[in-house]
Design a protein around this ligand. Structure first.
Ligand code: GLA
Length: 648
């Protein structure tokens, strides 16, 4: 063969063999964006194929990538490799689309439970890092984006040019799968038939103001109820099961209630503090925002009131039915009185309807010119508005802080606080300025019964746990009549608009949410559709021993006494000398654990000595006497809520 011919033949043979050669290397490639990326869970927005989370071309430090997946912290994708995967590779980084130099993330890759890549913290402007990971023998691939330790804001994160390399001998096709669903499980034992009177130990009432109090009692009907020692001016109306009237007997008066049915009887005394602040215990009720947002209307409010009564929630102490934003119409041209819009044809009739069920009625306004939803605000009309609310029969006013440019919160809330105080009705005053200028320092002085401490909550672990576990520094400000408000509950069906969905919190995260809010003496405002309560949700919010921790008359907010390897122990001193103790798994874990975490709680670490009687509060079950410590198992992101009482 001639030299030239030999070269040509050789080149032809190499080309002919090339595919064989590549096959022999097992280079069958599966691109990440070709999997079902809707299975990705993320803290904000939606996962995008070949684009950033905001829908722009994927760009990391000015380098463009044609392919990949754009997501947002915190994000988790789980891929069932179906056997035969060899490796994973990608370029990772924060997308350039974030205008501010803020935010940070880290990318982590796990082959089953083994971490095989960690980018460490990355910021905007960092060059893409190459993520390479061996997947030999692995069943599952986990792609995680964490918030980088500074919350999820601005965390636009890209998995660019991301591929799974498969062994060519395997024809398996990797598949993105749903996050493991944890079963909803019920801990509360439920009603036992015999009566239980659920009044708090102390109730505040205005002097000479209209008083209406439905007596919450669980137990099989019919009930035989009697009320003793009412002060002058108040009567018990058995038909509505309510205490009504007006009293001028300033000071404390101890009222006793008895209730009997064929299963047993109960007796309870509580102090009526006439002239003291309202909400001597944290307010309990419902607010329209977390479910309906601006899609709220009169029918939805009436349906919530019907459901609060019919579901029996009312007998566990839940009482307020509050309309949030988007009910306002125009002011009257001459009187400047605020009117409701067409979705609320008659506010007085609505208030009467709610009261006829034994419930209380709340509305929302804003300190600025307009509400957050763009409706009429109260700025300059505080007195007129407060009187209007009183005329309708309003019992609770939430006052927001949108559109307040150039205003100082303390003087602004002072004006509304005074306007409310001058009304002839008892009206709870809820300050909602998201913690701006420390409302906990002046909120009580301006007449606030509660004040928001943070921005808005959403139904994710990141949001709920960040808000809840950050309340420790405010403990000293909580007291009867005046409460820190870490925002409304995000359990059940929520949606902030016309379409509702199940809360994204796992069942254990929901136990954490309720337990923590009770320990924190937080206002308890349900944010879900009350007409669609499943058994799990109903049991979460009707456990009277759990709610009693929230309603305890000392009004102390729990303190975090232990924070060890992400286990946090929060302790609330109760009026009877015992302590409510919540042991929480507060970890931001990349991979969900199947089993719980064991924790040994030593009495000395929570300022206790000697033998203690321990009760599991969710189960309402005695765990016996424990000398120096108790070991418990905490579910992932879950809680063990105990009542610990010294054995004398
Ligand atoms: C703010 C408040 C929310 C809700 C909305 C209504 O964001 O913090 O609780 O009231 O406004 O627009």
């Amino acid at each position: 063969m001639e030299k030239g011919t030999f070269l040509l033949v050789s080149i032809m043979i190499i080309f002919a063999l090339a595919p064989v050669y590549i096959k022999a290397q097992g280079e069958r490639i599966v691109r990440l964006e070709d999997l079902d990326i809707t299975k990705i869970t993320q803290g904000w927005g939606k996962p995008q194929k070949n684009l950033s989370v905001d829908g722009n071309p994927i760009t990391i430090n000015e380098k463009k990538f044609d392919r990949g997946v754009g997501t947002h912290a915190t994000s988790r994708m789980i891929i069932d490799l179906k056997g035969g995967a060899k490796s994973f590779s990608a370029y990772v980084g924060m997308d350039d689309e974030i205008k501010k130099e803020k935010g940070s993330v880290s990318f982590r890759v796990y082959a089953d439970e083994k971490k095989v890549f960690d980018s460490d913290v990355m910021k905007k402007g960092d060059t893409a890092k190459e993520a390479k990971a061996d997947l030999t023998g692995a069943n599952f691939l986990y792609l995680i984006v964490t918030a980088g330790g500074d919350g999820i804001n601005f965390d636009h994160a890209d998995w660019a040019d991301a591929v799974i390399v498969m062994d060519e001998k395997s024809d398996a096709m990797p598949e993105a799968i749903d996050q493991p669903k944890k079963e909803k499980y019920i801990l509360s034992p439920g009603e036992r038939g015999a009566p239980r009177i659920n009044c708090p130990d102390v109730i505040g009432a205005g002097e000479n103001k209209d008083f209406l109090y439905y007596i919450p009692i669980v137990g099989r009907r019919p009930l035989d109820v009697a009320v003793f020692n009412l002060p002058n001016g108040l009567i018990y109306d058995s038909e509505s099961n309510s205490i009504k009237g007006k009293t001028s007997s300033k000071g404390d008066c101890t009222i006793t209630v008895t209730a009997k049915n064929k299963f047993g009887e109960d007796k309870k005394s509580f102090d009526l503090r006439v002239g003291a602040a309202l909400s001597q215990t944290p307010p309990m009720g419902w607010n329209s925002w977390n479910c309906w947002g601006c899609a709220v209307d009169e029918n939805k409010i009436k349906a919530a009131a019907d459901a609060m009564a019919a579901s029996g929630l009312i007998n566990h102490g839940w009482s307020y039915i509050n309309i949030d934003d988007c009910w306002q119409g125009k002011r009257d041209e001459t009187t400047k009185k605020i009117n409701s819009n067409e979705k609320f044809p008659d506010m007085k009739e609505l208030a009467d309807y709610i009261h006829s069920k034994g419930l209380k009625f709340g509305v929302y306004t804003d300190s600025g010119t307009k509400t957050c939803g763009g409706y009429e605000g109260s700025k300059g009309f505080e007195k007129i508005d407060a009187l209007r609310y009183a005329e309708w029969g309003v019992d609770y006013v939430k006052c927001d802080w949108c559109n307040t440019e150039g205003m100082e919160p303390e003087p602004a809330y002072t004006i509304m606080g005074e306007a409310i105080k001058e009304c002839r009705r008892d009206i709870v005053f809820s300050i909602c300025n998201w913690g701006h200028k420390n409302p906990w320092e002046w909120g009580a002085k301006v007449g606030g019964n509660l004040w928001r401490t943070t921005g808005d909550i959403v139904d994710t672990w990141e949001s709920m746990s960040k808000i809840g576990f950050s309340q420790a520094r405010l403990a000293q400000y909580a007291q009867p009549g005046h409460w820190n408000d870490p925002d409304m509950l995000v359990i059940g069906k929520v949606g902030w608009g016309p379409n509702l969905r199940d809360s994204r919190l796992t069942p254990d995260e929901q136990y954490t949410h309720i337990s923590l809010w009770c320990l924190l003496s937080s206002p308890l405002l349900l944010g879900c559709d009350l007409t669609q309560l499943d058994n799990f949700t109903l049991n979460l919010i009707t456990n009277d021993e759990v709610l009693a921790i929230n309603q305890d008359k000392l009004g102390k907010q729990a303190q975090c006494l232990i924070n060890e390897n992400d286990i946090q122990v929060w302790v609330k001193n109760l009026a009877d000398g015992s302590k409510a103790v919540g042991i929480f798994d507060a970890a931001d874990r990349d991979i969900l654990l199947d089993d719980g975490i064991e924790f040994k709680l030593r009495w000395e670490d929570i300022k206790l000595t000697g033998k203690q009687n321990v009760r599991d509060v969710w189960k309402q079950h005695e765990l016996g006497e424990w000398r120096d410590a108790i070991t418990v198992k905490i579910p992932e992101h879950g809680v063990k809520l105990l009542k610990v009482t010294p054995v004398l």
